[in-house]
Design a protein around this ligand. Structure first.
Ligand code: C5P
Length: 354
């Protein structure tokens, strides 16, 4: 096809999938390190990080959306000044963002804020590799919501691979529970695997539902991806602010300034986590647009291998037979799942009134 969107000749579809795989590994490692490298009482605020993520992502999306508006000569005559063009583009952007259907983004926005907060709990209580393998359960929830909401059809091989996926995750989980991780960092920051596991499980549900919901909104309308991202970030602001308002209550009681409470211990690693997460949000949106949520699962499971090896090198993570076995099952299941992706990509149910 001639009009495949691409950058430097590489189709955006593949570029975004590969970037997502690398970003996912980087996020797992950077977030884990940023959490466990200090004692719990000197940890930075996850709520602040989630809010910063949304503000940055929303701003970047807004700039991209603004640049993508191309006024036609019909909209605005050629010899108009830059100021007139800018005013026109700003008005158009405002109109697009405030579209009557923008409220649809409130649902994935709330779910993603919950998920992003849960991710920090999980990263604080599980070692990086266990967290990432367990997080693969979101392929399962994504499939379930794709079938329910997008009416996708899965082959029996794909259902089978989903069962294998669950088994693989369970095997990895057994070794984590048995104290298979032997991280030197655990001495600094005590981890609670059960708490971490519950956080991941819940995050898998919000991930599947929010991802599929976003795909449904995006593919059922003509609205630009970047405008949708701005809408998503705007609706995230309120739930992301909620925990911070509570913090302010505490801060005013304790007589401390809000800023010093919000950004306490917010060092370079915290900012690095936020930046990698911003990149992830932008790339995830592109993957959902140019591929779909099911292929997104494939990209992220590739990142297991990357984080795996990095974890051994960086965090003194000891590979056990159970861990290798469980992870292999997860990878094989993912490969099996993607053997016949065309059957999984049934037509979307286009219903403008939902
Ligand atoms: O793990 P999962 O792939 O569900 O994570 C999706 C991440 O991407 C979330 O952190 C979410 O905030 C972000 N995202 C985004 N913009 C989108 C879709 C997802 O920032 N349009």
């Amino acid at each position: 096809p001639h009009n495949v969107p691409s950058l430097c000749g590489i189709p955006l579809k593949y570029l975004s999938l590969v970037t997502l795989a690398v970003q996912n590994s980087a996020l797992t490692l950077v977030m884990h390190y940023s959490r466990i490298s200090t004692p719990a009482d000197r940890a930075y605020s996850a709520a602040t990080a989630v809010l910063m993520n949304e503000i940055l992502k929303g701003t970047i999306s807004m700039i991209i959306a603004f640049c993508r508006i191309e006024p036609t000569p019909y909209d605005i005559p050629h010899r108009q000044s830059i100021l007139d063009r800018t005013t026109f583009k700003l008005q158009r952007l405002w109109r697009d963002i405030m579209s009557p259907d923008c409220w649809k983004l409130s649902i994935p926005a709330i779910l993603y804020v919950i998920q992003n907060n849960l991710q920090y709990i999980a990263a604080s209580n599980l070692d990086a590799a266990t967290f990432q393998v367990t997080y693969q359960m979101k392929i399962l929830t994504t499939a379930a919501f794709s079938v329910l909401l997008l009416r996708k059809k899965l082959s029996s091989i794909q259902w089978l691979s989903l069962i294998f996926l669950a088994i693989g995750v369970a095997v990895v989980q057994i070794q984590a529970g048995a104290g298979g991780h032997n991280s030197a960092s655990a001495v600094i920051h005590a981890m609670k695997p059960m708490k971490g596991f519950l956080a991941v499980t819940f995050a898998c549900f919000t991930s599947g539902l929010a991802g599929v919901y976003f795909e449904m909104v995006l593919k059922n309308s003509q609205t630009d991806l970047w405008v949708r991202n701005v809408q998503l970030s705007l609706f995230s602001l309120l739930p992301a602010l909620a925990p911070i308002i509570v913090t302010q209550q505490i801060a005013s009681n304790a007589g401390e300034g809000l800023m010093s409470v919000l950004f306490a211990n917010f060092g370079a690693w915290a900012w690095a986590t936020v930046l990698v997460q911003v990149l992830g949000g932008l790339v995830t949106a592109m993957v959902i647009k140019y591929s779909d949520n099911i292929l997104k699962g494939f990209a992220t499971s590739l990142s297991i291998v990357i984080s795996f090896l990095a974890s051994v090198a960086l965090f003194d993570f000891h590979l056990t037979i159970t861990f290798v076995l469980g992870s292999s099952i997860v990878l094989i299941a993912t490969w099996l799942y993607n053997q016949n992706p065309s059957s999984a990509r049934a037509t979307l149910s286009i219903n403008k009134d939902w």
